[in-house]
Design a protein around this ligand. Structure first.
Ligand SMILES: [Zn+2]
Length: 313
């Protein structure tokens, strides 16, 4: 009984141990498999995530590239802007810079200088405008500084005879030559300018000279000078003197008719209406499109009432 009991007990223990071993073997076999399956699942999920991230990265890169390209295009467009601004407002200081479709206006003042010349120079300065002064020798003793001021402030000085007395200037050809050489020499001595610009007293079409104006035009050219008449008159020398508003209207209407206008005005001591008219004249011209005010220079095409060419070969 005891032996039987012991035998049964041993067999049970052996069987229990066998079961333990079996369970252990099963656990040892299954666990790696489960771990492998789990790991493969995780790997697959990670792979999918990496793929998605790569796609997003590609999209971000593409967007960045597109933005950079667009920015470059914008920069190309912006670079052209300063050129457009330059085209709108060209800097024109002489005939050489003048586009074909521009009008040029030359403001000329005869019979000075006088007490009003300085005021006229102030007005011209305030608008940044250069003009031309055809002077006589009338103030040579009293006010040589008035001649100098015209030149020092950057304007063109021209000759308008020494005496402006018709009977003397046009007495005969010798008298005419003496007169023009006297004013030429006076301007040279006083201002240092070797002026070659001349305006006949009364213009080349004057009716006061008993001499042939054709011959005098030839004489002026033969001495190396050029004469300038006008194609727009302010009529400020009319008698009685017109109002400043009429002077403004005369000038602005006149320059509307010409591509190149040479405007006749006076800065003599009895022409205050001209001083009063000048700001409105300049403003009216500067408001016109593609119109510039220039001083007479060697490049200025002259306006002639009597043509010297017809009497020359
Ligand atoms: Zn005159």
């Amino acid at each position: 009984m005891n032996e039987d009991n012991l035998s049964v007990e041993r067999r049970r223990r052996v069987n229990r141990i066998k079961r333990y071993i079996l369970v252990l073997v099963i656990i040892l076999l299954i666990t790696p498999t489960v771990i492998s399956i789990y790991a493969m699942n995780r790997l697959s999920v990670i792979n999918n995530t990496v793929d998605e991230l790569q796609k997003k990265l590609d999209e971000v890169e593409l967007t960045y590239l597109l933005k950079e390209t667009a920015k470059d295009s914008l920069e190309d467009i912006q670079v052209q802007e300063p050129e457009e601004v330059l085209e709108e407002e060209p800097e024109i200081e002489s005939e050489k810079d003048l586009p074909d479709d521009y009008r040029s206006v030359y403001l000329t003042f005869d019979d000075g200088p006088s007490v009003y010349t300085s005021q006229i120079l102030d007005i011209l300065d305030s608008y940044g405008v250069k003009a031309t002064f055809f002077v006589t020798g009338a103030q040579k003793d009293a006010h040589p500084e008035w001649y100098k001021e015209i030149v020092e402030r950057g304007h063109t000085i021209g000759m308008h005879s020494y005496t402006h007395v018709y009977s003397s200037v046009y007495a005969d050809e010798d008298a005419f030559v003496d007169d023009i050489e006297q004013i030429h020499q006076y301007i040279l001595d006083t201002t240092g300018i070797n002026s070659s610009f001349y305006r006949f007293p009364g213009g080349s079409s004057n009716r006061v000279s008993s001499l042939s104006m054709d011959e005098l035009c030839k004489l002026v050219h033969s001495r190396g000078y050029e004469y300038y008449d006008w194609n727009v008159s302010s009529q400020d020398a009319s008698n009685p003197t017109p109002s400043s508003q009429t002077i403004v209207n005369n000038v602005l209407t006149g320059i509307g008719k010409h591509q190149q206008s040479i405007v006749l005005m006076h800065d003599s001591g009895d022409k205050y209406a001209t001083v009063q008219a000048l700001p409105s004249i300049i403003e009216g011209i500067q408001k016109k499109e593609k119109t510039v005010i220039l001083p007479i220079s060697m490049n200025t095409k002259p306006v002639w009432h009597v043509s010297a060419d017809e009497s020359e070969d």
